[in-house]
Design a protein around this ligand. Structure first.
Ligand SMILES: [Zn+2]
Length: 252
């Protein structure tokens, strides 16, 4: 019998293949991105009942088949995110999360930070309120940049190194925040509440509950800086990102 292998991961993608099979893409903390072949998964829903749904945290047993993809032998569910009739907004956020994860996860490359972010972000998407997707999206994006190691220091002023408790500005996306003591004149000031939230999310992936930040010009500034940083690490054409932007047009 071929050797078997067990791994824990989160399902980020399902791709139909041949007549009845699925390629299931997982992200695991220890092995990064792993694609497995689920034979017959589309013919019988009982074959891997509940264990390969998108956004699920599962424990999978695989077997090295003749092809280059390992074959899924059995799968058991640890946690199912967004299983109970999610809203369209929650689905849009979660789809964005798994698409980001797919951009960053590498095969055979342990990435515990990315995995922790993925799990926390799906939990956040699951609890997102309709018409209040702006804040969780920003928290998810900052956590993602942090997991990739490309988030500027948002804890302290990039010029004097002191705290930004009284608020600050974020003029240059790559440089990070500048405190009120070092402010340049006419700079768009970010209020302390927003600066505190940015600092918090850049320390550890945001977990629910995340209170919605008030819509403001300052929030838009932060979103633009984060979008600029994201543009340096993921393609601009993510389908789920566009779907989310379309939804956010209806928010204040
Ligand atoms: Zn300063």
């Amino acid at each position: 019998m071929p050797p078997r292998h067990r791994l824990d991961g989160i399902v980020i993608r399902q791709q139909p293949i041949a007549e009845a099979d699925l390629i299931v893409s997982l992200v695991s903390a220890e092995e990064g991105r792993v694609d497995v072949l689920a034979r017959g998964a589309r013919k019988s829903t009982k074959r891997f009942a509940g264990g390969i749904a998108l956004f699920s945290a599962i424990s999978a047993v695989t077997e090295q088949g003749r092809g280059h993809l390992p074959t899924l032998v059995e799968s058991s569910l640890h946690a199912a995110f967004l299983h109970a009739a999610p809203s369209y907004g929650q689905l849009a956020l979660a789809s964005y999360v798994v698409e980001l994860a797919g951009c960053a996860a590498q095969p055979s490359h342990a990435d515990p930070a990315l995995f922790t972010w993925l799990r926390a972000s799906l939990a956040l998407a699951e609890t997102a309120m309709e018409q209040q997707l702006r804040t969780p999206r920003l928290a998810i994006e900052i956590g993602f940049l942090q997991a990739l190691g490309v988030c500027p220091d948002l804890q302290a002023c990039s010029q004097c190194g002191q705290d930004t408790a009284a608020g600050g500005t974020w003029q240059d996306a790559d440089a990070g925040l500048v405190c009120t003591r070092c402010l340049r004149p006419h700079a768009e000031t970010l209020p302390p509440g927003l600066v505190r939230a940015l600092a918090l999310w850049s320390l550890a992936p945001a977990e629910p509950p995340v209170d919605a930040l008030p819509a403001s010009a300052a929030l838009r500034v932060a979103e633009q800086r984060v979008a600029r940083l994201l543009g340096q690490v993921v393609p601009e054409t993510l389908r789920s990102a566009q779907a989310l932007r379309d939804l956010l047009r209806f928010e204040a």
